[in-house]
Design a protein around this ligand. Structure first.
Ligand SMILES: Nc1nc2c(ncn2[C@@H]2O[C@H](COP(=O)(O)OP(=O)(O)OP(=O)(O)O)[C@@H](O)[C@H]2O)c(=O)[nH]1
Ligand SMILES: [Mg+2]
Ligand SMILES: [Zn+2]
Length: 280
């Protein structure tokens, strides 16, 4: 459920217990979501093995081009949480998470919070159309609206879902609404809508009807782990599809009239794709 230095909280027969982790555990340290093997050491249980990971959400390290850091294991769904406003909606950050979801083997989806603070819904609709058209599930609403929570519940039911996104968007609030388990929730400071990074470590919280959500620490920037151009493309499925329909051979899809990519893809999304390609 959670890892804190030399110990971890594990879920065993529905009970949460704190156990020490074998020092220098192979493939470690473990992360939230890991399936693990416990061994009896005298009267104590110790976490001694990390079982094979089905999926993995990881991030790159600033300045470390070849290093990545695992955050959440075995999530079926990566629910990218973004606020419509406060902090402002940042499509570039969402795009990076979508790429990370594909890379780590998770299904991506988008939850937009703070609809109650929106004054111009048409601008938001235009921004979200990009993701709907790309085929991602998109749920928009207000975290404390039961109807919104129900729609999220339908999406996450019975599965393990990692909640990721900018600090202050409502990941912990949503975790609390979904699970009934109290989570520390922070104020978004008035200064340029920056959150205060209330949550520090990823934590798995079981859902009442089965499955679990993993509330993760908010970020200001999400560095992608090392990857190649194909991995980037997997995060932009609608661009790949449009490129197949482009009638020009060897087209760079860079503004040629009649190019299917240029005609169909929102310029911001294409720009986001190009920028990420430039980094690999
Ligand atoms: N108005 C409004 N406020 C919201 C909504 N969702 C969350 N908030 C508020 O946003 C603030 C931040 O919420 P948190 O749940 O702590 O955000 P977080 O994503 O967990 O933040 P980090 O842990 O820093 O990553 C809190 O004051 C919440 O009450 C919403 O839909 N509308
Ligand atoms: Mg939080
Ligand atoms: Zn083209």
């Amino acid at each position: 459920m959670r890892v804190a230095g030399p110990s971890a909280s594990v879920l065993l027969d529905g009970q949460e217990l704190e156990v020490p982790i074998l020092p220098r555990i192979p493939g470690g340290p473990p992360v939230a979501g890991d399936d693990v093997r416990l061994a009896e050491r005298g009267d104590l249980l110790r976490l001694e093995e990390i079982l094979e990971r089905r999926t993995l959400l990881s991030r790159g390290e600033f300045g470390g081009r070849n290093r990545s850091r695992p955050l959440v294991a075995n999530a079926d769904l990566l629910l990218v949480v973004a606020a419509a406003v406060d902090p402002p909606f940042r499509p570039r950050l969402v795009d990076r998470y979508m790429v990370a979801a594909e890379l780590g083997g998770m299904e991506p989806a988008l939850a937009i919070t703070k609809l109650d603070l929106v004054t111009d819904p048409t601008e938001l609709d235009t921004q979200l159309a990009v993701y709907r058209d790309a085929g991602y599930p998109v749920v928009v609403g207000t975290t404390f609206d039961p109807e919104f929570v129900e729609r999220i519940r339908t999406l996450v039911a019975g599965r393990i879902t990692a909640l990721a996104g900018h600090s202050g968007v409502g990941k912990s609030s949503l975790t609390q609404e979904l699970t009934g388990v109290h989570r520390a929730v922070g104020e978004v400071s008035k200064k340029i809508g920056k959150g205060r990074h209330t949550t520090s470590d990823p934590r798995l919280v079981p859902l009442p009807g089965g499955g679990a959500v993993v509330d993760t620490a908010g970020v200001r920037t999400f560095y992608l782990p090392p990857m190649d151009a194909e991995d980037v493309a997997a995060g932009f499925p609608e661009i790949v599809a449009a490129a197949k329909d482009c009638r020009f051979r060897g087209c760079r899809h860079a503004g040629e009239p009649g190019c299917a990519v240029v005609e169909r893809i929102h310029p911001d999304r294409l720009e986001s794709y190009r920028r990420l390609l430039d980094t690999v």
